[in-house]
Ligand binder design. Sequence first.
Ligand SMILES: [Zn+2]
Length: 378
Amino acid sequence: MDQQLSLEQAKEMAFSLNIEQVEFDKLLDNVAGDELLNRYAPDGICQIDPRNSNLVIYNSARAKRIHTTAPAKAPEPKSFCPICEGKSSDILDLAHHSEGFTFINKNLYPIFHPIDQIPDENADYLAHEDPEHKGRASYGFHFLQWTSSLHDRDWQNIPFEDALITFQRLCKLEELLLCQPTDFMVHSRLTKNDKVISGYVSIIKNYGATAGASLTHGHQQIAYSNILPQHFFNNLRFRKRMGKSFSEYMQEENPAFLKVKDYGDLQLMVPYFMKRPLDMLLMVKDTKKRYLHELTDKEQEQTVVAIQESIKAIIDLMEGMGMTPAYNLIVNNGPGCGLYIELLPKTQLMGGYEQIGLFVCQSNAAESAAQLRRQLAC
Ligand SMILES: [Zn+2]
């Protein structure tokens, strides 16, 4: 990258350098009053497919994004990156690395955005009555965390100490949003010590164009919303059905030969129901943990080592297979967990069979686990 975002430039773009010191009301005003974000605000409506409870949120303005409407050509010209050029939204949080820094800002094309009238609603979306099919209100924030200010750095190639700093800022952001003191968001849960948890924080990462990443500069997406995504709702349903969390079930039931690596307080495995080659689950052994911010220092450190190693393995193995590396990372947190992280490499595309819930997988779980173990041992 010819140009990279300097610390001075970043500081000029900063609404705050430490999000912990910003009162939630001020943060809300900043997001709700951002003219750029308002220009691309989502429709604020969520519909539910009554067959399978798939949730659909609409952002008709999102199609106007420059990098989605530009003629498809791969890869993007390396000379332009809006992040490196400082063409993005206010920075909300910044932490120094040994080289460069990590920061959090607002997504200019948010999937959730504050709305004027917060509806009085049931947090359980299946209990939502909607005879006229107008959909449910959906609202919240959509933030981005840049793993490093340096364009070509991401989890797989930054030093552990820097990766840990990035991860710790992510944990802190999750906590700040979930534990914010206002009534902006529906209460999703009361914890044992009566700490109120508000809304849902969904953390995902798209890496590579085929995994949906529209920017090549490495980042995580953080959506804070009144909507519990279906995948996390399924975790909750699993717990109700089985009387234990999915992560507890998997640690008991997944065959030992599918274990990829034991990190002490975490375990990396290929699930016996692997849908795509190299799919992995990173399970926190303490299945009472439901959120990233509940991890101990030691668990945080092991999580970062495991994330760095597994992502590097995915990238190296996909390159070895002649593919352009691409994957999704999904943090499974929230009321139904057992905290766990899913790593889903784009080793195969979705076809028609997959759309009907029948995944045709071009490998098997034992083979993938063996490949991953060999790669991690390198
Ligand atoms: Zn960049």
